[in-house]
Design a protein around this ligand. Structure first.
Ligand SMILES: *Cc1c(COP(=O)(O)O)cnc(C)c1O
Length: 373
């Protein structure tokens, strides 16, 4: 088994594995499961500091993004797609797929969204049913100020959908102005992939309930969950073992009040180490505390770095994809991996790997990381 430091899926703790192997009841018929599900949803909302309703869907993080778009979009709706990263741009496909018209607001992929610039744009055109944006765009390590952006959008009467799959519980976020917040089990939460989290505001529910046309999806239809508690009925058999695992992973977070501070500390030390070693962090502003992407140095290739980390150090790290394919290496320091000892080992392996591949380092990543963490 590799030491996995990818930006999700992350390392899963033993108590989560154990919970997933418990004997199962029938989640369709046993009302105790409905109670457990409801309580878990309430606990997630509480951890996010909101009274908005959490729903947990059986399906990987992408399902949450699709469900948000499927449930909100009606034929011809204009949707503002805020695009400064690969996941940011990706929302346009979901909007079109469900009959909407995506209007892309495309900005540099190495800069965080400038809220004032967006405000000027909205002065000219704010006729959108909702807007999509990404809190942490994982392929580049970009962090957007989703709270400020959503506040602005809401002030213009635009609903907001935020992909916080890779940042939820790692980068602090005020969710007050977010109508549908999307999270996933396999990032900071450190449970295996398989569950998506959607947190809905009253405005989002009212918009979904008030649709003129039916939602063109079943599995990605959030409305089918709206009365699950009253009716003690789910639209499909819930993946109870996944939910049992998530339940314990959420307890791990509840028992860990320092999670945000630890992500900040580890991430900031990683950034200092990368910079002092003479490597280049890809983003110039907006640094996610869950993942750091650095530019592949000219002396080597992404493949050689990743292969050497695997063969010499048993470490599974990630490159990137799409426009960043072959260009960036990503160190995932989220969830269980937001940990000094783990990342210290990774920095040591990177020192040795880059040196072996002929990349001159101005400082030892391991030493600088150690001094700063
Ligand atoms: C991981 C992630 C998702 C879920 O997508 P997968 O690529 O299927 O893991 C969605 N959004 C963001 C920002 C993510 O980091």
């Amino acid at each position: 088994m590799y030491n996995v430091v990818t930006p999700g899926p992350t390392k899963v703790k033993e108590n989560v594995f154990k919970a997933r192997s418990l004997e199962c009841t029938n989640p369709d018929l046993d009302v105790e499961f409905v109670e457990q599900y409801k309580k878990l949803c309430l606990r997630i909302s509480k951890l996010l500091n909101t009274t908005n309703e959490t729903l947990i869907l059986g399906g990987e993080g992408i399902l949450g993004l699709e469900a948000a778009c499927a449930s909100l979009t009606e034929e011809g709706d204009r949707v503002l797609v805020i695009d400064n990263g690969i996941f940011g741009a990706g929302f346009a496909d979901f909007v079109s797929m469900y009959g909407g018209t995506p209007v892309l607001y495309t900005k540099d992929y190495n800069q965080t969204i400038d809220v004032n610039e967006l405000a000027s744009f909205l002065e000219k055109d704010s006729n959108f049913k909702y807007a999509t944006l990404v809190h942490g765009d994982t392929p580049s390590g970009m962090l957007n100020d989703a709270a400020a952006i959503c506040k602005l959008l809401k002030s213009k009467g635009i609903m907001t959908v935020v992909d916080a799959v890779s940042t939820m519980f790692g980068d602090k976020l005020d969710v007050s102005d977010i109508d549908i917040l999307c999270g996933g089990s396999q990032k900071v939460i450190s449970a295996p992939p398989g569950l998506t989290i959607n947190v809905l505001s009253d405005d989002a529910k009212a918009a979904i309930n008030g649709r003129k046309s039916p939602i063109k999806a079943f599995y990605a239809n959030l409305k089918t969950f709206f009365n699950y508690y009253e009716e003690k009925w789910f639209p499909y058999t819930m993946p109870i073992s996944d939910i049992n695992g998530l339940d314990v992973a959420i307890s791990n977070l509840e028992n860990d009040p320092d999670t945000y501070a630890r992500h900040e500390k580890v991430a900031s030390a990683v950034r200092t180490a990368i910079t002092e070693a003479g490597l280049e962090i890809y983003v110039k502003s907006g640094f996610a505390n869950t993942v750091t992407a650095f530019v592949v140095p000219s002396e080597t290739t992404a493949k050689d770095i990743l292969d050497t980390l695997k063969s010499d150090h048993n470490i599974l790290m990630a490159g990137s994809f799409g426009v960043f394919g072959g260009k960036l290496i990503r160190i995932g320091h989220m969830g269980t991996n937001a940990n000094k000892d783990i990342i210290l080992e990774v920095m040591d392996a990177l020192d040795k790997t880059l040196t072996k591949l002929g990349v001159p380092l101005k400082a030892s990543l391991k030493e600088v990381f150690d001094q700063n963490c």
